[in-house]
Design a protein around this ligand. Structure first.
Ligand SMILES: Nc1ncnc2c1ncn2[C@@H]1O[C@H](COP(=O)(O)OP(=O)(O)O)[C@@H](O)[C@H]1O
Ligand SMILES: [Mg+2]
Length: 389
């Protein structure tokens, strides 16, 4: 496939922050971007060269995108596979609909991973109340997760007994689920990998991820794990991309168990929140790489040039306290006074608690410096957990 040169139009399904950062990276390379998203002032739609406000399955919207875009990608995994298949009739589409479909469903994802020899947490599929009541006791304590549409810890319940599993199953209203054994975690890491149509792959350093209330709170990069473990995490990510014959950018989230096991938690067929640090800390960002693979350009160098700590900015920051109902703008000067804190705001009009509104990447000559800045930024903005960093 010949490269699509700068100046051409690239298409994007989805209007969120991942799409916004893709647009900016692609535009910086000289591409024009058309975004298909139902929202009216979405983070990506507001920076795109053109915004088609239509549903992902709207034939008119898809046709409008197909008429201009030489190639198209997606910013989130829940875009219907049929939309990608439709676009693939006239445009180059990465990743392939089949790769996206595997990651849309925890059952197909875990079955695929285990079937290809990648270690995952022990799990069982629940398709009925009887499955729930008969759950394997070796999987308890555990977590019940809905097979589809879960994110940021939503659609999950912690369970200790078979009765808990049954109650969790009932709460899921008949949706297929997985029951996964609770892993005693030393830490969590993720690796972003990009792979092109020739099978060339490049990974970024492993990120160490801390979650709060099921939502990513900070990513510390490089992860503070043994070099051997970090190398293994990167090779697992490449192995998964190979097994999927993947084209595009993929994130692999992993558990590091206290007994030393490295288990694949989930995969995201797109750039990922834990890879935002690559914008400021690496030669090539995950978003530039997404554009490069889409346009059939050579992969960019993924080397990290500066230690980094990414701090997520959630909508909670816009509310002075738990009782507040009217949002107010956070004191950004507390972030901007740090010369090595890079503020990224997604332009979302309506802050909501738990909603990702932006992030700050704290850089430093050493990881200790970056952590110190992250602590200071967190404390100044009133984000919990500054002292735990
Ligand atoms: N089996 C498990 N053992 C221990 N912690 C878990 C397990 N499953 C999920 N978690 C915790 O919950 C977080 C969110 O779960 P995850 O499966 O990644 O769902 P989401 O789609 O919401 O990101 C994980 O990052 C981890 O902190
Ligand atoms: Mg996750």
């Amino acid at each position: 496939m010949a490269a699509i040169p700068p100046g051409a139009w690239l298409g994007l399904l989805g209007g969120g922050q991942l799409g916004r950062m893709f647009c900016m990276a692609a535009q910086s390379l000289g591409y024009k971007v058309v975004v298909l998203d139902p929202g009216s002032d979405s983070p990506a739609g507001s920076v795109a060269d053109r915004h088609v406000a239509a549903d992902y399955l709207d034939p008119r919207g898809l046709a409008e995108l197909a008429a201009v875009a030489r190639a198209a990608t997606t910013e989130f995994e829940n875009v219907p596979a049929t939309a990608l298949d439709y676009l693939a009739r006239t445009a180059r589409v990465t990743p392939a609909a089949a790769s996206v479909a595997i990651a849309q469903d925890r059952i197909s994802e875990k079955t695929f991973l285990a079937g290809h020899g990648f270690a995952v947490a022990p799990f069982a599929v629940l398709r009925s109340g009887a499955d729930a009541l008969g759950a394997d006791l070796a999987l308890l304590p555990g977590v019940v997760k809905s097979a589809r549409f879960g994110y940021d810890g939503k659609g999950q319940a912690r369970v200790r007994t078979r009765d808990d599993v049954r109650a969790a199953w009932d709460d899921m209203r008949g949706q297929p689920c997985v029951l996964e054994r609770m892993i005693d975690l030393a830490c969590e890491v993720s690796v972003i990998v990009a792979r092109n149509e020739h099978g060339a792959a490049a990974t970024w350093p492993a990120a160490e991820n801390r979650h709060r209330d099921g939502i990513l709170d900070v990513s510390i990069v490089p992860a503070r794990v043994a070099p051997e473990l970090a190398a293994r995490a990167r090779s697992i990510a490449t192995g998964i991309a190979d097994a999927l014959d993947y084209r595009g950018v993929l994130c692999v989230e992993m558990f590091v168990a206290r007994d030393g096991a490295l288990l694949v938690n989930e995969i995201a067929p797109r750039p990922h929140n834990s890879g935002h640090y690559t914008i400021d800390a690496c030669v090539t960002s995950q978003f530039e790489q997404q554009a490069r693979v889409l346009a059939a350009l050579p992969l960019g160098q993924t080397r990290q040039h500066t230690p980094a700590v990414m701090v997520n900015l959630l909508g909670d920051l816009w509310f002075a306290d738990a009782a507040a109902t009217t949002p107010r703008e956070p004191a950004w000067q507390d972030v901007l006074r740090h010369p090595e804190a890079k503020l990224h705001l997604y332009g979302k009009a309506h802050p909501k608690r738990g909603r990702k509104m932006g992030h700050v990447t704290c850089l430093g000559a050493t990881l200790a410096d970056a952590l110190a800045t992250a602590r200071s930024v967190k404390a100044a903005l009133g984000i919990a957990g500054a002292s735990e960093l």
